[in-house]
Design a protein around this ligand. Structure first.
Ligand code: ADP
Length: 595
């Protein structure tokens, strides 16, 4: 199959895929849309030809005028009835169906994204497909339906009117065929130029998106207010607009010429002039056809040409473009998980031994080992601190234990069993994790702590207390956090938010807690309180925590100091201080700052 044919087949397959998707979730929308559109358009198209011919013929022959009145009345009743149903469908049913469709699209994307390996986020191709799917697939799915419907309506119109014209005078159809034969290749050229234009504009569109992000996201709002960064961005934005105009100009000129050639010349010469002369001659001079035939063929030919024009130019472009979007959506939906889930489902009641056996790791798609030959053994209930400079590999080590990534070499075992043997979802039940870049959700305090739609009130209260969150909220654990779903939603400071994230670890009944920089946003007093409660509340867990604040590491049973992906020191705080190595150096440096 050559490239062009393959592309066409793919376009058709992708549009059909989307139609089936829509049909699966909102069958009424597909059927209704296609049926009602034909119902709404066909009477008008046919009236331009058939009814017009009938009225003129009756009028010129001086037959019973009441027949015209009856025909008109039938037509009007037909239009009113179809109008009633179509408006009911479009104005009442359609908006609801659309909501249903958008929900289905988002749900499908969310479910797929949540199932994907975490490492997929490091893959730009997957990530771009995800962003594109999230941003455009709801509207695009609807556009697919609209364009397919437009194609159908035009095809039906061409066929029905074509039949009427053939029945009047087949030669007229010859004019139409010649007109179409000229218009179609020009339509293809227009579509080609449009694709080239879209491709040329894509990088510039991306820049535009960046600019709008800068101006609407809160992340940038402070800097924009306190500096002249706005001007800096605006200058580049202006340049981008200039580049856009320069880039688009040659394409616009080409498209304009093609549109002019496609629309004006064949339509004007063959339909408006050709058919008028031919049918006018037959109606007036030779009287082979009636005046009604003349009007019907003229209108009909113009209508077919317009339909063909739509089919070969903008509809062809839209359908192709829709196909490309759907292709991205499909490739996102078909992306395979690399991480293989095992079958073991053990959820530990008491923490067992964790072992890293000669573990080395490099991130997918990179060549550098960020962890090298890590060997460590974590006994039950121990509080283990990971320390080291930025980039030493601490977070990566916890990511491996959480099986967000698989080790490159070596093995991690729990109770002697390789963690790869677990079903990933079940495995995660063993861990409570608080990440450096934790997120709060627009939900109640209880839901945010339990990470569940049905929080256990008393346990939530205990957990927030253990995390030293002392603020009294208006509705207690039922208070809504953030303003997304509630204008009265509670806003929290960085430290308060972090305490809620920590409370999650206290809430969850599980064997292990992993805390990445739990005290990063806390003041020294809150940090002290956290240390105290962590020893108390996390008594039933093995705790692995990463900290830059070495005051928190004093309470750890064991400390691992990492440097450039390797363990360089290991022991208790006292042992490491005695060793007087890098840990002791870092600790003294920090202690000096507090003195
Ligand atoms: P730490 O937690 O000690 O600050 P990390 O584990 O975050 O260190 O990072 C260790 C190394 O791995 C760093 O060099 C970092 O740039 C690299 N790294 C972290 N995340 C990724 C990633 N997703 N892809 C590629 N490299 C990464």
């Amino acid at each position: 199959m050559n490239k062009k044919t393959k592309e066409k087949t793919n376009t058709i397959k992708n549009n059909i895929y989307m139609l089936r998707f829509i049909f699966k979730h909102t069958p009424f929308m597909v059927c209704g849309y296609l049926f009602f559109d034909v119902l709404a358009n066909l009477p008008w198209t046919l009236s331009n030809v058939v009814l017009l011919k009938y009225i003129i013929d009756v009028a010129t022959e001086g037959r019973d005028y009441y027949r015209v009145a009856v025909a008109l009345a039938v037509f009007v009743v037909f239009v009113i009835v179809t109008n009633l149903f179509t408006t009911l469908f479009y104005e009442i049913s359609m908006p609801k169906q659309k909501e249903k469709l958008y929900f289905a699209v988002y749900k499908t994307i969310y479910e797929k994204a949540a199932k994907m390996d975490y490492e997929a986020y490091d893959n730009p191709e997957y990530y771009n497909d995800l962003v594109l799917a999230m941003n455009s697939m709801n509207e695009r799915s609807y556009t697919v339906l609209q364009d397919v419907q437009d194609v159908l309506t035009n095809v039906i119109s061409v066929l029905t009117i074509g039949t009427v014209i053939v029945s009047i005078d087949p030669i007229c159809l010859l004019f139409v065929i010649v007109c179409v034969a000229i218009m179609t290749p020009i339509g293809r050229l227009i579509a080609k130029v449009n694709v080239e234009r879209t491709e040329a504009m894509t990088p510039l569109d991306r820049k535009n998106l960046y600019f709008s992000r800068v101006f609407y996201l809160q992340d940038y709002a402070k800097e924009l207010r306190l500096s002249r960064a706005g001007e800096m961005v605006e200058r580049r934005y202006n340049q981008n607009i200039f580049d856009r105009l320069k880039t688009v100009s040659p394409y616009l000129t080409k498209q304009w010429k093609l549109y002019f050639c496609q629309e004006s010349l064949p339509m004007t010469l063959l339909i408006y002039l050709g058919i008028t002369l031919l049918m006018g001659y037959k109606a007036i001079v030779t009287k082979e056809v009636t005046m009604g035939d003349f009007a019907a063929t003229f209108n009909g030919a113009a209508s077919i040409s317009t339909s063909v024009f739509a089919l070969t130019s903008h509809l062809a472009i839209n359908v192709r473009e829709n196909g490309l979007y759907v292709e991205k959506f499909r490739s996102f939906m078909n992306a395979k998980e690399k991480m293989i889930s095992g079958t073991k489902t053990t959820v530990f009641e008491k923490p067992p031994v964790i072992k890293f056996e000669n573990v080395s790791f490099k991130y997918p798609g990179t060549e550098k080992y960020v962890l090298k030959n890590i060997n460590l053994e974590i006994s039950p209930y121990k509080k283990i601190a990971l320390v080291g400079y930025n980039g030493a590999g601490k977070t990566t080590l916890t990511n491996l234990l959480l099986r967000l990534y698989d080790v490159t070499d070596g093995a991690i075992t729990i109770d002697g069993v390789n963690i790869k043997e677990w079903d990933i979802k079940e495995y995660h039940k063993n861990f409570a994790a608080v990440f450096q870049d934790f997120s709060l959700f627009g939900a109640t305090l209880g839901e945010n702590v339990s990470m569940d739609a049905k929080p256990h009130k008393e346990r939530v209260e205990e957990a927030v207390k253990a995390a030293d969150f002392n603020r009294t909220l208006p509705d207690g654990t039922d208070s809504i956090l953030l303003r997304e779903f509630d204008d009265e939603g509670v806003s929290l400071s960085g430290g308060e938010a972090q305490k809620i994230a920590i409370a999650r670890a206290f809430y969850k009944n599980c064997a292990f807690a992993i805390l990445d920089e739990p005290s990063a946003n806390l003041d020294p007093v809150a940090e002290y309180a956290l240390n105290q409660s962590m020893t108390k509340a996390a008594n039933d867990k093995t705790v692995l925590f990463i900290s830059h604040r070495l005051s928190t590491t004093i309470m750890a049973d064991e400390i691992y100091m990492l440097e450039k992906g390797e363990i360089i020191e290991h022991g208790s705080h006292e042992e490491l201080m005695k060793l007087d190595g890098k840990y002791a150096y870092m600790f003294k440096l920090q202690a000096e700052k507090y003195n």
